[in-house]
Write a protein that binds this ligand. Structure first.
Ligand code: SF4
Ligand code: SF4
Length: 68
């Protein structure tokens, strides 16, 4: 099963990964604030992930890891 992890405290909440995901399973966590003071990206439905890694490719800060 695919597994996507974020270095959450390094996320700047730009939303590029959210836009890139073809399964629409990433979201900006409006109720959370990370160490940098941003709302971080989070996974909403891990089981639906197809491990395409579009999200990791798009992230300008390379904080997303996709494992198969
Ligand atoms: S690996 Fe692909 S399907 Fe999974 S969260 Fe990233 S963009 Fe979405
Ligand atoms: S692309 Fe990277 S920095 Fe931007 S919201 Fe997604 S995880 Fe955070």
């Amino acid at each position: 099963m695919a597994k996507v992890t974020f270095q959450t405290d390094l996320c700047k909440g730009c939303g590029l990964c959210v836009e890139a995901c073809p399964k629409h399973i990433l979201a900006i966590a409006r109720e959370k604030i990370n160490q940098k003071g941003y709302h971080p990206a989070e996974m909403t439905d891990q089981d639906a992930c197809i491990a395409c890694a579009f999200c990791a490719t798009m992230c300008p800060d390379c904080i997303i890891t996709v494992e198969k």
